[in-house]
Write a protein that binds this ligand. Structure first.
Ligand SMILES: *Cc1c(COP(=O)(O)O)cnc(C)c1O
Length: 448
């Protein structure tokens, strides 16, 4: 046992792109060989370079290659990799109290995160929060609570939705391959309604809502519908931004019909779009809001925040879990909220949009494979099509993502048809790094 701790030194990570070996390099290849022996093929990696450390918007692999990270670990390190305040708060908490199990002996950090979520989720009503470990767990608990509150069973989701990989959430997720195929049997009472997808349906928000509501009324029936769960901007499904007026119409229908309106803000929340939660852009105040991904700066944490009377429907002992709201994750989340405020990070998302959106629209003029440019704040995407059509062009997306990886840019794909490139940079990315990454994208498009 040691009684002295080495002081924490932040990793040295120059904020620049630098490729020094083939991608993947020799050390990554060696690690990959080890991995293949012990990690199942079901867990795949988009770019098999093994990461040694990261800071801000740059990740460094074991061979010393430095990548501009436009994915932020799937929208998790929203305020930047190894943010100094998050690292300090988590490190301090680790030495104070690593775990207590809130369901056995509670601690302040959990309560503080609940207070911060009550303050920053949409709406001024009384709110309560349950903390969990992962996004899928937040979805599962949102459904549990909505069912208990309403005494109804049905769960409605939208086309192209992504809600996770647990048994219930696999059934709620739209895309069978790779997320669900062969992993059944699946949970029942789940109904999938058409969404708003302006690029493809051309419908106004109110017209798309009419279509969704007609489905819910005719195919499901409000009488046995506990909740409707929507991603205000869809994530894995392709960053579909609903047409204006769509979400408010759905919310109104839910309220009128005793259906709990749940916003899955796991990817779109926590400052990603320049608001704390994307619901704010659409003028909706969800009954329940689900957070995860960006909430704790890279540590695992998820939350279900909602109207106090709904959240209190579950009986004592009905909610919880061993690790949910872990003290270290909670400390990190408190630091994330503090950073968003003290560093003005909502405005940083807008700064990123102001560079990204015009640049992507310029590229659309130059390359006819770009069918659509969409998104808000630091959550933007392009949908690639066969030129002159709305037909998906997954091959182009795969080739661009590969080119970017080879040239030091981590670029994530998305979409039911795998034909979307999504841009989820951290809010710490500089204008110059973002422009440099966009120049690589331009090259990749030219090389198609
Ligand atoms: C990632 C994601 C989930 C699942 O979160 P996990 O932490 O991977 O379980 C659910 N919903 C949305 C919108 C997501 O983006």
């Amino acid at each position: 046992m040691t009684d002295t701790l080495a002081p924490f030194t932040p990793p040295t990570v120059p904020q620049e792109r630098r490729i020094v070996t083939a991608i993947p390099g020799p050390k990554s290849l060696a690690l990959h060989a080890r991995r293949l022996a012990v990690v199942p093929v079901g867990v795949s990696s988009a770019l098999p370079v093994y990461i040694a450390r990261a800071h801000g918007a740059i990740v460094i692999d074991v061979d010393g290659n430095q990548f501009i990270d436009l994915g932020a670990g799937i929208g998790v390190t929203t305020i930047g990799h190894t943010n100094d305040a998050v690292v300090a708060a988590a490190a301090e908490q680790l030495g104070e109290l690593t775990h207590a199990a809130f369901t056995i002996t509670p601690y302040e950090g959990y309560v503080r995160v609940a207070e911060l979520l009550a303050e920053h989720t949409p709406g001024a009503h009384a709110k309560k929060t349950v903390l969990q470990n992962s996004g899928a767990e937040a979805v599962e608990n949102g459904v549990k609570i909505a069912r208990k509150f309403t005494g109804k069973n049905g769960v409605a989701v939208l086309d192209h939705a992504y809600h996770g990989r647990t048994n219930l959430t696999m059934a709620m997720t739209f895309k069978a391959m790779p997320y669900a195929l062969g992993f059944g049997p699946f949970a029942g009472d789940i109904y999938r309604a058409p969404n708003s997808y302006p690029f493809h349906d051309g419908l106004s928000g109110p017209d798309a809502a009419k279509r969704t509501i007609a489905y819910l009324e005719k195919v499901v029936g409000a009488a046995d519908l506990a909740c409707l769960i929507v991603e205000p901007i869809q994530g894995e499904g392709g960053f579909q931004v609903p047409a204006s007026g769509y979400l408010p119409a759905l919310q109104e229908w839910c309220t009128a019909n005793g259906v709990v309106f749940i916003a899955d803000e796991i990817q779109s929340g926590m400052a990603r779009t320049g608001a704390y939660f994307a619901s704010e852009h659409f003028g909706v105040v969800p009954d329940l809001v689900l957070s995860a991904k960006g909430i704790a700066g890279g540590l695992p944490l998820a939350a279900i925040t909602g109207r106090a009377e709904i959240m209190d429907a579950a009986h004592p002992g009905g909610l919880g879990g061993t690790f949910g709201g872990n003290p270290v994750s909670a400390a990190a989340a408190i630091a994330v909220f503090e950073q968003i405020e003290s560093q003005g990070l909502l405005a940083e998302a807008k700064r990123i949009e102001n560079i990204l959106k015009p640049a992507l629209l310029e590229l659309q003029k130059k390359y006819d494979v770009i069918g659509d440019v969409r998104g808000i704040g630091a959550m933007n995407a392009i949908e690639l099509v066969l030129p002159g059509t709305h037909e998906p062009n997954a091959a182009a997306v795969a080739s661009i993502a590969a080119y970017a990886g080879q040239n030091g840019v981590i670029l994530l794909t998305a979409g039911t048809y795998g034909n979307v490139l999504r841009f989820l940079p951290s809010l710490a990315i500089s204008d110059d790094l973002l422009r440099e990454a966009l120049a690589i994208l331009d090259e990749a498009l030219a090389a198609l």
